[in-house]
Design a protein around this ligand. Structure first.
Ligand code: SAM
Length: 205
């Protein structure tokens, strides 16, 4: 039985007013740093559910989320049945971190840089993670940095566990030349602004 807190329920079933609050907050953050935020509006529920569908709700290990923003993917994970106490959320914006702590009080919210993942999560993971969900705008960063992030992430995941990433791009946001991991794209998800695709990367399955 999933323990929904009233605040995480509120994210899942939020009113149009609340949704607009999130959109305004998101836009304000985007105006401050467009490259870091990488989108003008939070992801929609169809994309969020698709991302969450790759995470096993019955696992017991940590589930890492990078760049949760206002929490649409986080809410979809909880809705899927992932225990919020398994969630480790890494977010750069202090403003989003405050919101996430309020909405997901059982999750571990880490204010820090996802691109220095091992350093940012040092001592915080009780076991190798079962999955990683990323909403980072990878395409705004140079290829070597993206590759380093993915390799660092695989070192924190169980062998074969998914690194789940969405992108608005037509190509894989993680460079695939000389990759030592598998990569599987979804169909294009049109019911999102803008339309997106989900990629699942796995190493050592
Ligand atoms: C495209 S938004 C996605 C937000 C949310 N996951 C969604 O789908 O609506 C990117 C998010 O990544 C965060 N972010 C960007 N660079 C980051 C970094 N280096 N470390 C941690 N979070 C970062 C931004 O603050 C923002 O919340």
């Amino acid at each position: 039985m999933v323990d929904y807190t009233p605040s995480s329920r509120a994210v899942l079933r939020r009113s149009p007013d609340k949704r607009q609050d999130d959109e305004t907050r998101f836009l304000k953050n985007w105006l401050k740093n467009p490259l870091r935020i990488g989108a003008v509006t939070p992801s929609g529920p169809v994309l969020a559910r698709k991302m969450a569908s790759h995470v096993d709700p019955n696992g017991t290990g940590p589930v890492i989320e990078l760049g949760p923003g206002t929490g649409p993917m986080t809410a979809a994970l909880v809705d899927r049945g992932v225990d919020p106490s398994r969630l480790v959320l890494v977010e750069y914006s202090p403003d989003f971190c405050r919101l996430l702590r309020d909405r997901f009080p059982k999750a571990t919210v880490v204010q820090g840089d996802a691109y220095s993942l091992k350093k940012t999560l040092a001592g915080l993971l009780p076991a190798p993670a079962d999955a990683l969900v990323s909403g980072l705008p990878l395409m705004t960063r140079p290829e070597p940095l993206r590759l380093r992030l993915v390799q660092e992430a695989f070192d924190l995941l169980k062998p074969g566990a998914p690194f789940i990433q969405f992108t608005y791009s037509v190509v894989s946001p993680v460079p695939l030349k000389s990759a030592n991991f598998s990569a599987e794209p979804s169909e294009r998800i049109w019911r999102n602004i803008p339309p997106a695709r989900v990629w699942v990367y796995r190493r050592g399955s």
